[in-house]
Ligand binder design. Structure first.
Ligand code: BTN
Length: 330
């Protein structure tokens, strides 16, 4: 896992450079403001350059940003969030194994509701069913959000739908791209996965301690590795332009807050309704269902208030899916 202290100091350095973007900031000034030696400042600058941040200058002359960096630094995201509880604390890593691992650890140590862990790169990003999640450096948003909702463990699955709706809205408003949600938690553009959500929790039988919403969104990937080309895409590949990850993350955290408040005020039925309005999979979609070792064809028939998917089998029998995977039948 990356050192949190180093990452906090680099965050201060980014903030200093952004605040003074029009001038050259002398090395000794940076060193004293962030509390490290001049040679450490140089090392941090090199680290930022390696991430694609354009910085002019050297130790003798001082440093100046050439353009605003697209780094998910807390000091750049937090000012966008106003009164949001979600994101009031952002823990940023340049590299970590999995933001969900870090968030689960922080939650066990008592981290507050709304704490966000975000990384430029994950070395062991995790997906559902033991799969791994491809996390290319500085290209995606890899974020885990700690929530402490007043819900029973059995009711927590609605939070995955809530996250899907929030990502849907944030991507729509920042890019205008035609994003769809496939039950329960895949976001698709033109039929390919652009975002997935891994919800994990720590709970006793009847008491929820914390939920971690792990969100992986492909933003500026130029292309997908050969083994994912057929099934995955990025916002850049679909929109044919580079997007600001910082702007999308800020929009996402604001949407999460709105939908979380909706859940507390109006209950899970309101989230199910918002999900159904955002997804072409809610009603009348012909699908194949993979549920354990069982596989069959069906048509979707609406979402239950608790987030279960109603389906009609080909023999007319209706039932509700609480877990499993579905794919569209064309
Ligand atoms: C899936 O494959 O169904 C879910 C993948 C979820 C990936 C995200 S990336 C941020 C967070 N950290 C992880 O290790 N996984 C989630």
């Amino acid at each position: 896992m990356a050192s949190g202290t180093t990452d906090r100091k680099i965050d201060k350095l980014i903030y200093l450079l952004v605040k003074n973007a029009t001038v050259i900031v002398p090395g000794p000034k940076i060193a004293s403001e962030i509390g490290v030696t001049r040679s450490t400042v140089w090392m941090y600058i090199e680290k930022l350059r390696a991430l694609g941040v354009e910085i002019k200058g050297h130790t003798a002359s001082g440093y100046q940003l050439q353009k605003l960096p697209d780094i998910l630094a807390p000091s750049l995201i937090r000012p966008e969030l106003g009164e949001n509880q979600i994101g009031h604390r952002i823990v940023h890593y340049f590299r970590t194994d999995s933001t969900n691992n870090v968030a689960l650890e922080l939650a066990a140590q008592g981290a507050e509701h709304g704490t966000v862990v975000v990384a430029e790169e994950q070395t062991a990003g995790r997906g559902r069913l033991g799969r791994d999640w491809y996390s290319e450096k500085s290209s995606g948003i890899y974020a885990s959000i700690i929530l402490r909702p007043p819900l029973a463990p059995a009711a927590a699955s609605v939070l995955t739908l809530l996250a899907g709706v929030a990502v849907h809205q944030a991507v729509r408003s920042t890019t205008g791209l035609p994003v769809d949600i496939r039950w329960p938690n895949d976001l698709l553009i033109n039929g390919k996965k652009v975002c997935v959500i891994l919800t994990e929790m720590s709970a006793e039988l009847d008491r929820l301690h914390a939920v971690v919403l792990g969100i992986g969104l492909n933003v500026n990937h130029r292309e997908m590795p050969a083994n994912l080309k057929q099934i995955a895409t990025s916002l850049r590949m679909e929109g044919r332009k580079i997007y600001s990850r910082a702007q999308i993350l800020a929009a996402l955290l604001k949407e999460l807050e709105k939908k979380y408040r909706l859940l507390l005020d109006a209950g899970s039925a309101a989230i199910a309704q918002a999900w159904a309005a955002a997804s072409s999979y809610a009603e009348g979609k012909r699908i194949r269902v993979l549920s354990g070792s069982d596989e069959f064809a069906a048509t979707t028939a609406g979402l239950e208030p608790n987030g279960a998917l109603r389906i009609r089998r080909e023999d007319g029998r209706e039932e509700s899916l609480v877990s499993g995977e579905i794919t569209e039948v064309k």
